[in-house]
Design a protein around this ligand. Structure first.
Ligand code: GUN
Ligand code: ZN
Length: 496
């Protein structure tokens, strides 16, 4: 198979990677804009200039139209769509989920995809709708897995192509896990998490987090993960943080047809926009009114173009955030655009303990961005370290004073959300974190929790830790530590 994937940079579970296909490479994370071969609104050539390394089209639409079928067979997809980069072809699964039935078998449509020159081929999976009964959802997963297993027989015919294994299981976490685990054993080039469109349409981002993570935790790490149908730029950074590498977007054109304008913060109705909050070529040349008053086709084209520019600039922002080690911060900002996204973020941090093992331990910055920062992977990692830590030298001191401390062999500074950390590490990540000077309750609580872990650990070993603080500051964290240790005066013995 032809699915070489190389990860070149990581942050949390997000990564920048290079996927090689027979028609060239794709730098991930990225979106593959959907091309409807019956209605091309933005030319694939233009898409390439906006940033698309690859595009996706639907092989079933081509197969079921005699005219398109003949053309695709004769010319090949690349000539027909006038795009020389990688082309992914979806199967008829979407039609299956909408109309309930299609007249072709998985092997047949795969062979058709190969015949017309596709680079990335998708078998027919069964997209089970959310909240489906467990038994039915399980049966659907088993059928999809059976089709993946039967592809073994035809794999030789697909040697230079990339093959996709769809992951299903509705909203059942155990079924997503099973689907991912079993498909993961079959060595596909790309894994694609399916049937999330209904969740996205209903703003069920919290469920999206469960579905993606229970799949992702069970998939091979050295393979790219596609998230089917997630085309709104508002959700890209969240999905990338969870380890999704590829997206396909029909949203850019579907929203455009509906006179809607996409931004990273949500969707606007064109009719309600007095100003364009963007400076892409469309938005700098036209006013909302001028776009509104263009003819229907031109209006759709202009909106689709803006939607693509917005989507690809978000992809670039995400990639730069990965380079900077700032993906958590970007996701925290994006998830403040909608309360349902904030639910997703709050659900996401419950998985921090599991995500921690993927997150690189050396980065340069940690910016406190709200109460979720207390549950970031780095904070959990430090808490685990503290729990296992033994202070080697005595006496030890936790201090908030800035003075010479020769008397003490081991000195800890106190700073939320990490709490006590060895003073030598003050300038290093993550203790060099930037936090607001006005503390919130959560960061104080998190830091206090770590102070308690350290003190109690040492107490169990019969050792003592001293606590020293600056009386001039009315520092809420100091107050909490004092309360915990019932200290009244400036310097105290934490053995108390
Ligand atoms: N497009 C959107 N969702 C899906 C899915 O679950 N499977 C396939 N094959 N295509 C999709
Ligand atoms: Zn624009």
């Amino acid at each position: 198979m032809g699915g070489d994937f190389e990860v070149i940079k990581k942050d949390v579970m997000g990564r920048i990677g290079i996927l090689r296909t027979k028609s060239g490479k794709i730098e991930t994370p990225t979106i593959l804009p959907v091309i409807n071969p019956k209605n091309i609104v933005v030319s694939p050539r233009k898409m390439k200039r906006i940033g698309a390394d690859a595009v996706i089209t639907n092989s079933y639409i081509i197969y079921s139209s005699p005219k398109l079928k003949e053309r695709a067979r004769k010319e090949g997809l690349h000539k027909m769509l006038q795009f020389d980069g990688p082309i992914m072809t979806d199967s008829g699964s979407f039609q299956l989920s909408v109309y309930g039935d299609i007249d072709i078998e998985s092997k047949e449509i795969l062979r058709f995809q190969r015949e017309i020159g596709s680079d990335i081929c998708v078998p027919i999976d069964i997209p089970t709708k959310p909240d489906e009964k467990w038994d039915k959802a399980k049966k659907d997963v088993e059928i999809t897995l059976e089709r993946l297993r039967e592809m073994k027989e035809i794999k030789r015919e697909f040697e230079d192509l990339s093959l996709v294994a769809p992951i299903q299981g509705s909203t059942h976490k155990d079924l997503r896990e099973m689907s991912a685990r079993e498909a993961g054993k079959l060595d596909f080039d790309i894994y694609a998490i399916g049937a999330v469109v209904p969740l996205l349409e209903e703003y069920r981002y919290r469920d999206l987090v469960d579905v993606v993570l229970h799949s992702k935790f069970n998939l091979p790490l050295n393979r790219p993960v596609h998230l089917f149908g997630a085309g709104h730029p508002m959700t890209f950074s969240l999905a990338v943080l969870m380890g999704c590498d590829l997206f396909d977007s029909a949203a850019y054109v579907l929203y455009a047809m509906d006179k809607r304008y996409l931004t990273v913060n949500g969707t606007h109705k064109l009719s309600e926009l007095r100003y364009f909050p963007c400076n892409c070529p469309v938005c700098s040349e036209y006013s909302p009114r001028e776009v509104m008053e263009s003819g229907e086709d031109e209006r759709t084209r202009l909106l689709a173009l803006h939607n693509l520019y917005e989507s690809f600039s978000e992809i670039k922002r995400i990639k730069q955030a990965i380079v900077d080690g700032r993906l958590w911060e970007l996701v925290q900002i994006r998830c403040r655009s909608h309360p349902r996204l904030l639910d997703a973020l709050r659900n996401l941090i419950r998985y921090s303990g599991e995500m921690e093992r993927f997150d690189p331990s050396t980065k340069s910055a940690f910016f406190y961005g709200g109460i979720e920062s207390n549950e970031r992977t780095e904070v959990l990692r430090y808490r685990r370290k503290l729990e296992a830590m033994e202070i080697k030298k005595t006496p030890a001191l936790i201090t908030t004073l800035n003075r010479e401390l020769e008397d003490f062999e081991e000195v800890y500074y106190l700073k939320p959300p990490f709490g006590p950390f060895p003073k030598e590490l003050e300038e290093t990540y993550p203790f060099n974190c930037e936090t607001p000077d006005i503390f919130d309750e959560e960061m104080v609580k998190t830091a206090l929790g770590n102070v308690i872990i350290l003190i109690e650990n040492e107490k169990n070993r019969g050792k003592e830790i001293l606590f020293e603080y600056d009386e001039r500051y009315n520092h809420p964290l100091i107050e909490e530590v004092k309360r915990y240790t019932e200290v009244k005066k400036g310097r105290c013995d934490l053995k108390c």
